[in-house]
Ligand binder design. Structure first.
Ligand SMILES: [Zn+2]
Length: 555
């Protein structure tokens, strides 16, 4: 019943009738998606040597074994002429009858368009400028705090136009429990962790190190992260992704994504990007943290894009690669800026879809009604171009965006957008929690939750400790909560904490009732000293056969 919404009647996405089954352990190390080829530049090699070596090693290793089309966005060649008259992104601009050049961009900024030579303005609507001009000049606008979206031609066909969503009427108690795990303490620590990089500007030297740190977070959730590079105006930039393999349809993917890069008036100095887009990355991390504790029929891919602020270049590189390689992307849930709320304005999430992705938006709305109850507003508009979802639209994939404000003229638009003041203090806890709950509920519903007890995997493999023990928040800073469940034969158990070097750093007793219990660890060692940043492993005393749970301490 839950999965009746997926009606894959197009040849692109052939669902497997007799699917292979994977053990949970195998599933976690297996990544069905061959990563894109990536020429690794001297600069990024250097930066990565300074940062963590592990992710780079994985990336180069995999890059070397793959052949295929280049991911470079730089060498696309001049665009063919585009039928601008019918382009939905232009409906607000009075350009009918105008002779428009082949390269157009939308530029979103607060106030006046900054000075930039070689830029022609063709129209203005609510703080959005329709411009054409030299690509370098357009990049200059991005450096000055403007959001730039290059407009592309529409795809000839939608890959999933004929899908339908069959409404689900009864909530699943397990999915409801997952949604209940979304809470502010974990989300706020994730956003602050991102803010603490100082800047996440894609064209700053710390960019490879930020990408590596995101790899570390995914590793903490038991996933195998993959970095893929793309070239942008001489820079090597990185997207980070991790995949949780589906038990029935491993080659079909639901994606949850958000860009991790940030921007401000002085992006090299400071670009905290708490709302734009710490909130979206927190949604991706939170979904990974919760959903990796369970099995799903479809694969779930968690992606953090870079280069969004330079014109969606990271997601464009990814989506065009996915289209060329027939990657089975079923639907994409993008989260971009959904934590700011202005007093006196309705506190609702804007769910933005194009016409072809309405079945996906219907599933999200269904899940929101069933599990969350937080207010939302649905917009069906082929011209809602502001975010990485549009890169998937460009390639004919189904994608939906989640955003706090629909229009640039709206009073609830974040006044700290693209400033050095986009800080956690301006994020509304209830609003953000509700919006991320909608994402978790939708993803769990769409991906086809497999009830924990039903998998034959559990009978043939040792118990995965993640199902008995979970840690929250993760990554953590000042402390971490442990939840133990499913140990019915005891009234007390001890969580043992080990450092990456195998040394035990802590032991926390947990009182159990009906096999369940919780405890807090203040992140200090036996001598009451604060532990250092790094990866730690949890085990339950007396259950040696279970695989350890990985947690990450970030100072
Ligand atoms: Zn953004």
């Amino acid at each position: 019943m839950r999965f009746a919404g997926i009606v894959p009647d197009c040849g692109f996405c052939r669902l497997i009738s007799t699917p292979p089954r994977f053990t949970p352990t195998f599933r976690r190390v297996l990544n069905m998606h061959p990563p894109p080829p990536m020429p690794v530049s001297v600069l990024s090699k250097f930066c990565n040597l300074l940062a963590r070596v592990k992710c780079l090693a994985i990336s180069i290793l995999i890059a070397g074994s793959i052949t295929g089309p280049s991911l470079a966005v730089e060498d696309a060649g001049p665009p063919a002429s585009i039928q601008w008259e019918t382009h939905p992104a232009l409906k607000h601009f009075a350009v009918a009858g105008q002779e428009l050049p082949s390269e157009l961009s939308l530029v979103r900024t607060r106030g006046e368009l900054p000075e930039a030579a070689g830029i022609t303005v063709h129209g203005v609507h609510k703080g959005v400028f329709l411009v054409s001009g030299d690509p370098i000049a357009v990049t200059e606008l991005a450096k000055k705090g403007c959001a730039v979206i290059p407009l592309k031609d529409l795809p000839a066909v939608s890959r999933f136009a004929s899908r339908q969503w069959q409404w689900v009427d009864t909530p699943d108690p397990d999915i409801a429990a997952m949604v209940a795990q979304v809470e502010w303490a974990g989300i706020s620590s994730k956003i602050q962790w991102l803010v603490d990089f100082g800047t996440r500007y894609s064209l700053e030297l710390n960019h490879p190190a930020v990408a590596d740190s995101i790899c570390g977070v995914f590793e903490g959730y038991g996933l195998v992260p993959i970095k893929s590079s793309f070239e942008f105006r001489g820079w090597t930039l990185w997207n980070v992704e991790a995949t949780q393999i589906g038990t029935v349809y491993p080659d079909s993917f639901f994606i949850i994504c958000g860009h991790f890069d940030s921007l401000s008036e002085r992006p090299r100095l400071s670009a905290p990007g708490a709302d734009d887009n710490g909130t979206g990355v927190a949604a991706v991390f939170t979904a990974a943290e919760i959903l990796t504790q369970h099995d799903f029929e479809y694969s779930i891919r968690y992606i953090c894009f870079s280069g969004e602020e330079q014109g969606l270049v990271g997601s464009q590189a990814y989506a065009s690669w996915a289209a060329q390689n027939n990657i089975g992307i079923v639907g994409v849930l993008n989260f971009d800026m959904m934590g700011y709320w202005e007093l006196g304005v309705e506190k609702d999430l804007e769910i933005e879809t194009n016409y072809a992705s309405q079945w996906l938006a219907a599933a999200i709305v269904n899940a929101a009604n069933l599990y969350v109850g937080a207010p939302y507003e649905l917009h069906v508009d082929d011209g809602a171009w502001w975010g990485d979802h549009a890169s998937f639209w460009d390639e004919g994939f189904a994608a939906v965006n989640h955003e706090e404000a629909w229009d640039w003229g709206d009073p609830d638009f974040n006044p700290y957008y693209h400033t050095t003041n986009d800080l956690l203090v301006h994020i509304d806890p209830d609003f953000t929690v509700g919006n991320i709950q909608i994402g978790v509920a939708a993803l769990a519903t769409l991906a086809g939750f497999v009830p924990d007890a039903s998998g034959v995997d559990d009978l043939v493999t040792p118990p995965v400790l993640a199902k008995l023990l979970s840690a929250y928040p993760n990554p953590f800073n000042r402390g971490v909560n442990f939840t133990v469940a499913g140990v019915p034969d005891r009234d007390r158990i001890t969580v043992l904490i080990y450092g990456a070097d195998g040394r035990r750093v802590g032991a926390v007793p947990v009182a159990l009732q009906d096999g369940r219990g919780t405890a807090f660890w203040d992140a200090t060692d036996g001598a009451a000293l604060e532990i250092a940043s790094g990866i730690y492993f949890l085990k339950l005393e007396g259950l040696p056969s279970a695989a350890p749970v990985k947690i990450v301490c970030v100072k």
